[in-house]
Design a binder for this molecule. Structure first.
Ligand SMILES: NC(=O)c1ccc[n+]([C@@H]2O[C@H](COP(=O)([O-])OP(=O)(O)OC[C@H]3O[C@@H](n4cnc5c(N)ncnc54)[C@H](OP(=O)(O)O)[C@@H]3O)[C@@H](O)[C@H]2O)c1
Length: 298
C-alpha cells in the first residue's frame, strides 16, 4: 500500500514518518515545498503521478491567533487544500484521513463533545477547519475525519516547548486556568491513524468511514498541563529550579482568537483500539526525547 502524507514537516507529519516503518506501507511524504495543497492543479497532477492508495492530510494552517488577520490564507490551507486532496481521492476511489480540531465547537458545553455534536466555531481557525471537514465529507464518502486537541510533540513549536523555555527563564509562570481540554501527543495520534490505515489495508470493504475524536484521556486546564510539564521536567532535571505556575483567568490573558472554554472531546466509538491516550505517560516520553536531543535551549 502506498500512502501520501501531506504536511510532512509538521508535528503530526513527522510523528507519522517516525512510525510508518512498523507497518507494511510505502510512503510519499510531502510538505508545502513539494506539494502545496492549495494548488488545485498541482495536487491533481501529483496524485495522478504518484497513484497513492490512501492520503493522510497532516497539512494545516495552525496559527490560531494569526488566522484572525490571515483569514484568506487559513481558508486556502484548511478548506481549499483538503477539498483538493479529497477530490483527488474521489477520482482514484481511495480513502482520505483528514485531521481536524476541537476548536470547531463553541466551548460552552459541560460534557465531552461527541463527534455528532453541534459545531459552532468561535475563531477563524475553527471556522476554516470546519469548512475543511465539510469539503472532505462532500467530496468523498471514503473519509475518516479525526478531530484532535492540544497537540504536543518533540517537534515544531508547541505548548510543552514554550513552557519549558519560559520555566528556564522565569521564577513564576502565569497560565490560563479556565479553559479545559485534552492534551494529545502527536505520536499517539499518528499511531491511531496508522492503525486505521492497517485496518483499511486488511479489508477493502472497511465500513467505518466517518468523523471521530481522538485526544488524551484526562481533561485538564492549560494551567494543569503547565504544572505537569514543569513538575516532570524538574523531576528529569531538565530545569535547574521549579518555577511557580500560577493560575490566571482567560480575561487576564487576552488573545486575538477566542478559544473554547471547554473543548473536551468524547473519543468513544473510535474505530481502532489499543492506542495510548495517557498524555502524562506520553509527556514523559517527549521530555525524555527533548532532553536527549537537547533540541531546545533550556
Ligand atoms: N497543534 C495543535 O495544537 C492542534 C490542535 C488541534 C488540531 N490540530 C490539527 O492537527 C493537525 C496536525 O497539526 P500539527 O500540530 O501537526 O500542525 P503543524 O505542526 O502546524 O504542521 C502543519 C504542516 O502543514 C504544512 N503546511 C502549511 N501550509 C501548507 C500547504 N499549503 N501545503 C502543504 N503543507 C502545508 C506546514 O508547513 P509550514 O510550517 O511550512 O507552514 C506544516 O509542516 C492539523 O490538522 C491541525 O489543524 C492541531
Amino acid at each position: 500500500m502506498k500512502i501520501l502524507i501531506t504536511g510532512s514537516h509538521g508535528q503530526l507529519g513527522r510523528c507519522l514518518q517516525d512510525r510508518v516503518s512498523q507497518y507494511d506501507v510505502d510512503v510519499v511524504a510531502a510538505d508545502a515545498d513539494v506539494l502545496d495543497i492549495t494548488d488545485e492543479s498541482a495536487v491533481a497532477a501529483f496524485i495522478h503521478q504518484q497513484q497513492p492508495n490512501l492520503i493522510i492530510n497532516a497539512a494545516a494552517y495552525t496559527a490560531v491567533d494569526k488566522a484572525e488577520t490571515e483569514r484568506e490564507l487559513a481558508i486556502q490551507v484548511n478548506e481549499v487544500g483538503p477539498a483538493n486532496l479529497a477530490k483527488g481521492c474521489a477520482e482514484l476511489d481511495i480513502p482520505i484521513i483528514h485531521v481536524s480540531t476541537d476548536y470547531v465547537f463553541d466551548g460552552l458545553g459541560m460534557t465531552p463533545y461527541r463527534p455528532n455534536g453541534c459545531t459552532a466555531p468561535q475563531s477563524v481557525y475553527g471556522e476554516t477547519k470546519l469548512a475543511g471537514e465539510t469539503a472532505v465529507t462532500f467530496a468523498t464518502a471514503k473519509h475518516v475525519i479525526i478531530r484532535t486537541a492540544w497537540v504536543f510533540s518533540e517537534y515544531g513549536n508547541n505548548f510543552v516547548k514554550t513552557m519549558l523555555r519560559l520555566a528556564g527563564e522565569r521564577d513564576t509562570l502565569t497560565v490560563v486556568a479556565d479553559q479545559y481540554g485534552c492534551p494529545t501527543y502527536a505520536g499517539d495520534l499518528a499511531d491511531a491513524i496508522l492503525k486505521i490505515v492497517a485496518e483499511i489495508q486488511k479489508d477493502s470493504g472497511w465500513s467505518k468511514y466517518g468523523t471521530y475524536h481522538f485526544c488524551g484521556e484526562e481533561a485538564t486546564s492549560w494551567h494543569g498541563f503547565a504544572r505537569a510539564i514543569v513538575a516532570l521536567s524538574c523531576q528529569k532535571k531538565m530545569l535547574e529550579q521549579k518555577s511557580a505556575v500560577l493560575p490566571i483567568a482567560t480575561k487576564d490573558y487576552p488573545t486575538p482568537a477566542t478559544r473554547p472554554e471547554y473543548s473536551v472531546l468524547d473519543c468513544s466509538g473510535f474505530p481502532v483500539e489499543g492506542v495510548e491516550r495517557n498524555w502524562q505517560r506520553s509527556l514523559e516520553i517527549v521530555l525524555k526525547k527533548l532532553k536527549t536531543e537537547s533540541s531546545i535551549s533550556l
